[in-house]
Unconditional design. Structure first.
Ligand SMILES: Cc1cn([C@H]2C[C@H](O)[C@@H](COP(=O)(O)OP(=O)(O)OP(=O)(O)O)O2)c(=O)[nH]c1=O
Length: 192
């Protein structure tokens, strides 16, 4: 039986996988994430997800299936995590009243069979108009700072979301529908 390792520091990704009742361990990757806005954003998330999974696969002993992921928000440009409150304000202001994409790249590596699969998932998110006062109050909750696009749909930013098209879990950081398909199709593993 293969060990499953989640190569992520994100508590949200851990929660999503735990929800499925799968046995896995977490090993945080040592990849320093750099968002190069000149590259194709879909490839970027795949490359970063792969770099995280690969980094962990090189540091562990024994056979394992390693899962890495990377999430960005796309609205005119690639939006990662805000560096400070001012940037969080600017990002949220730009998302107000508009639709944007949340893209998560996912990489799965089987270190024994030297097999690897990388794909990405896109979810469209529609925000209502958000007033400056609401943006400032939201920033005070502390929610935006460790999240791509400066918001968490699973938290108080749910108040801003009119509708979404696609996988909700993809927005939270782990496209579970796609991951389930990859595991079944390429790694012969069934989460059910
Ligand atoms: C848009 C959005 C993002 N996010 C989070 C998911 C990711 O944790 C984070 C994007 O940052 P990532 O760089 O993808 O991940 P991470 O640094 O948190 O963890 P690691 O690299 O170790 O895997 O934003 C939410 O939790 N809710 C949301 O609604």
């Amino acid at each position: 039986m293969y060990r499953v390792i989640l190569a992520s520091n994100s508590p949200r990704r851990k929660d999503i996988l735990e929800n499925l009742g799968i046995k896995f361990s977490v090993v945080t990757s040592e990849v320093e994430e750099k968002i190069d806005c000149s590259v194709d954003p879909y490839n970027l998330t795949c490359d970063l997800a792969y770099a995280k999974a690969k980094n962990v696969s090189e540091r562990i002993e024994g056979k394992a299936i390693i899962i890495g992921a990377d999430t960005v928000v796309l609205h005119q440009k690639i939006l990662g995590k805000p560096r400070n409150h001012q940037e969080a304000y600017e990002i949220l202001k730009s998302l107000s009243g508009k639709a944007h994409e949340v893209v998560t790249g996912i990489a799965v590596i089987d270190n024994d069979r030297k097999k690897q699969v990388t794909e990405y998932e896109v979810t469209k998110v529609y925000f209502r108009e958000i007033s400056d006062e609401e943006i400032l109050k939201y920033i005070q909750t502390g929610e935006p700072m460790d999240k791509a696009g400066a918001y968490g749909i699973q938290g108080k930013a749910s108040l801003f979301v009119k509708k979404i098209e696609g996988d909700y879990y993809n927005v939270v950081g782990l496209p579970i529908f796609r991951l389930g398909k990859i595991m079944h199709r390429y790694f012969n593993m069934n989460f059910l």
